[in-house]
Design a protein around this ligand. Structure first.
Ligand SMILES: Nc1ncnc2c1ncn2[C@@H]1O[C@H](COP(=O)(O)OP(=O)(O)OP(=O)(O)O)[C@@H](O)[C@H]1O
Length: 697
């Protein structure tokens, strides 16, 4: 038995109107394994089916919408999320309303198809039936062609407007989410608490789809179900009542069983994800696997995961078999029952063959409409689940607020002071990294912090940059608590050279000008010259060389990072030295760049130092142990004290990096002089000549 089924693929993009076997029509009413069908195999998370913790609520006080929404997330969040999703559509009011108008036109045309087919069958099978309005056959055919073309055009317009509105909403939402993520405190993003990337890509798409595509499908489903039912009652109330007793229960049964199948399919997908994760991990570490002859072990682990996938797939196969068998069977039986009873009504002359055909077609429309309605609600729930996550990020107040505080004057200079600072990482509450930490660094002074790995050196810099705030005490600049300063103006005052400088996609020039988009080429070159980046001039494309094609050494990366920091003309330079050793030449070039900074500028320098050659350059050295300063003094002072912790620490490090080089007590002649702040002097110019850095034009 042939019927026309209006069904929608789970990809949510295509409407298929096809003459298909009624048995498969029943089977198609539920979507099976939609993740696989849509190609979204990476998206394992489900939204509506896994309720998030619910907030206690008084059910008596919540309305229908709240109760409906509360099945997925906490009612209050869901309702506000629902409102926000609707609010998102406001700027798209015009195209969306036009699309809804077009939807009614196209739905009216498609809902008239079963009726038209019935009339056509009656017209061709009987001589008594007249064409309405006294039209000739050609005129009627022409009118139908015009009506169907208008319906198709309306449908095309609706699809375009809905799609574009959805995409514009997603684009706006993505930009807002990205901006919100960039302004969060680093902990939130870096530790993956925010799961920012999935909110940015997947969740925003789901939200956009739920305001446009789902809304359109929901409206179409309402039209299909109600208009279909109305038409059926008009054609034959008795047959429609019989149909209503049979079709909706079977339809809903099929939908719910389909959901069970979908869950099974999701579990299979998850297991497959685990399997691929394992394979990716061991294949990407193939050298280690082979070095330890761990292939049999890895094969066994992979076998366990494959077996798990197989057992789930078997369950899914059995469930699918039952599903297709039973839906096909019940569909055929229902059609048979309707045909049997309908046939008897035809033979009694109560309805025509055309009416019966129209009725059967409307039955399929109504069944399909009901299925679309149930999936409409679950899509809305999915949209709300995703929306809650997106709006949570959009509405999240960063722990370090971006828009409060006084703007720091770019020319202000003053000492940096850590006063009785206590600090622990938010993710490791109770573990104090810094305890009663006191340190003052004068204007233009250079201080090197040394200490064993994990003693808290980098944490001091993290506090200086306000990636975190201390839990006790304060950090001040020129006597003012840095928490009172507007964060961007404070960070503008600091040039940071991290342990492992990050270079972004783009040219060398754009990397030096990172955060300084208005810097001129001359300023960029000056900064590079000052940071001893002579290697840039040696490249065929110079500052326009794309970073992606380069393989830069650690020293070169550090010098580029120094240039980037210098371009800001910072009041404070915070340099976190790489722990890994640089070759002698690179080390010399980095240190020479540092020397130039120390000599030329009134820049306060805070080094996290690992290399002796850097340590000696600082005017003062502080030794950190267990989050406290245990020693402080000049290099000469500390190195000459045979019992100093500094000596022990440096000996350990030297022994580790160079077994030959053992630190000896220095005589006053052999200790290198720390670099003290001077006015611009000749020595620097000499050095610049030595390395033949390109002259400033
Ligand atoms: N983001 C973080 N969250 C939680 N703990 C952290 C974080 N960063 C560092 N820690 C911990 O804080 C302690 C101090 O780390 P920090 O990086 O400041 O030490 P460090 O002296 O700079 O070490 P290294 O010389 O190895 O770079 C360590 O125990 C480290 O594991």
């Amino acid at each position: 038995m042939l019927g026309i089924l209006a069904c929608r693929s789970t990809a949510g993009s295509q409407r298929l109107c096809a003459a298909i076997n009624i048995r498969s029509a029943w089977a198609q009413q539920v979507s099976i394994g939609p993740l696989r069908q849509t190609g979204l195999t990476f998206q394992y998370r489900t939204y509506s089916t896994e309720p998030e913790p619910k907030k206690p609520t008084n059910p008596a006080k919540t309305g229908f919408v709240s109760r409906l929404l509360s099945s997925g997330t906490g009612p209050a969040t869901s309702v506000s999320s629902f409102r926000k999703i609707i609010a998102l559509a406001k700027p798209e009011r015009k195209p969306l309303l036009t699309a809804v108008g077009l939807l009614f036109v196209s739905s009216t045309v498609s809902m008239s198809i079963p009726f038209t087919i019935g009339r056509l069958i009656d017209f061709f099978s009987s001589t008594n039936v007249q064409i309405p309005f006294g039209l000739s056959t050609w005129q009627a055919s022409g009118s139908l062609l015009i009506i169907f073309t208008a319906g198709a055009l309306a449908n095309a317009g609706r699809a375009y407007l809905m799609k574009m509105s959805g995409q514009r909403i997603v684009a706006r939402l993505r930009e807002q989410t990205y901006s919100a993520a960039l302004h969060q405190e680093v902990e939130f993003v870096e530790r993956g608490e925010g799961d920012v990337l999935s909110r940015l890509s997947v969740d925003t798409s789901i939200v956009g789809e739920s305001v446009t595509q789902n809304l359109s499908d929901g409206l179409r489903a309402v039209v299909m179900s109600f208009v279909g039912l109305g038409a059926m009652f008009y054609l034959s109330p008795t047959l429609t009542t019989l149909m209503l007793c049979v079709v909706p229960p079977i339809s809903f049964g099929a939908v719910f069983y389909g959901r069970y199948l979908k869950k099974l399919s999701n579990r299979t997908q998850e297991a497959m994800g685990e399997m691929s994760k394992h394979a990716t991990e061991s294949l990407s570490a193939l050298r280690t696997v082979q070095a330890y002859n761990a292939q049999p072990q890895e094969e066994l682990k992979f076998h366990e995961r494959v077996t798990h996938v197989l057992s789930l797939a078997k369950k899914e196969a059995i469930a699918s078999g039952i599903f297709f068998g039973s839906t096909g069977w019940s569909g055929n039986i229902t059609i048979l029952a309707l045909l049997g009873y309908g046939g008897s009504l035809v033979s009694q002359g109560q309805i025509t063959v055309g009416d019966l055909t129209s009725l059967l077609l409307y039955t399929v429309y109504v069944g399909s409409g009901l299925q679309m309605l149930t999936s409409f609600f679950s899509s809305i729930m999915r949209g709300i689940g995703a929306g809650t996550r997106v709006f949570e990020l959009l509405g999240r107040k960063p722990a370090i607020p971006a828009d409060t505080g006084v703007v720091l004057d770019a020319n202000r200079r003053g000492p940096v002071k850590f006063e009785n600072v206590g600090f622990e990482y938010p993710s490791r509450k109770g573990v104090e990294i810094l305890k009663d930490f006191d340190l003052e660094i004068g204007v233009g002074e250079s201080v090197a912090i040394v200490g064993s790995s994990g003693s808290g050196k980098s944490s001091i810099q993290a506090l200086l940059l306000r990636y975190y705030d201390p839990i006790k005490g304060k950090v001040t600049f020129d006597g003012q608590d840095i928490r009172e300063l507007k964060i961007d103006s404070w960070r503008d005052a600091i040039g940071i050279v991290p342990q492992d400088p990050v270079l972004f996609t783009g040219t060398i020039a754009s990397n030096i000008a990172f955060g300084n988009p208005t810097a001129t080429r001359e300023q960029i070159e000056d900064a590079a010259r000052e940071a001893n980046c002579e290697f840039v001039w040696g490249m065929p494309k110079g500052f326009d060389t794309e970073i992606g094609r380069l393989s830069l050494s650690g020293g070169q990366r550090q010098r580029l990072a120094i240039a980037r920091a210098l371009l800001k003309k910072p009041a404070i330079l915070a340099l976190d030295e790489a722990t890994s050793a640089l070759d002698a030449n690179s080390e010399h070039r980095v240190n020479d760049a540092v020397d130039k900074i120390l000599r030329k500028r009134q820049t306060t320098c805070l080094f996290v130092a690992h290399r002796l050659s850097t340590v000696v350059r600082a005017e003062r050295i502080v030794v950190l142990e267990g989050g406290r300063i245990v020693e402080s003094g000049t290099y000469r002072h500390l190195a000459n004290d045979p019992d100093s912790r500094f000596r022990a620490l440096m000996s350990e490090q030297l022994n580790a990096t160079n077994a030959q080089q053992v630190i000896k007590p220095h005589t006053s002649e052999s200790v290198p002089e720390p670099v003290v702040v001077k006015e611009k002097d000749e020595e620097v110019e000499e050095k610049e000549e030595e390395v033949s850095l390109p002259d400033k034009k």
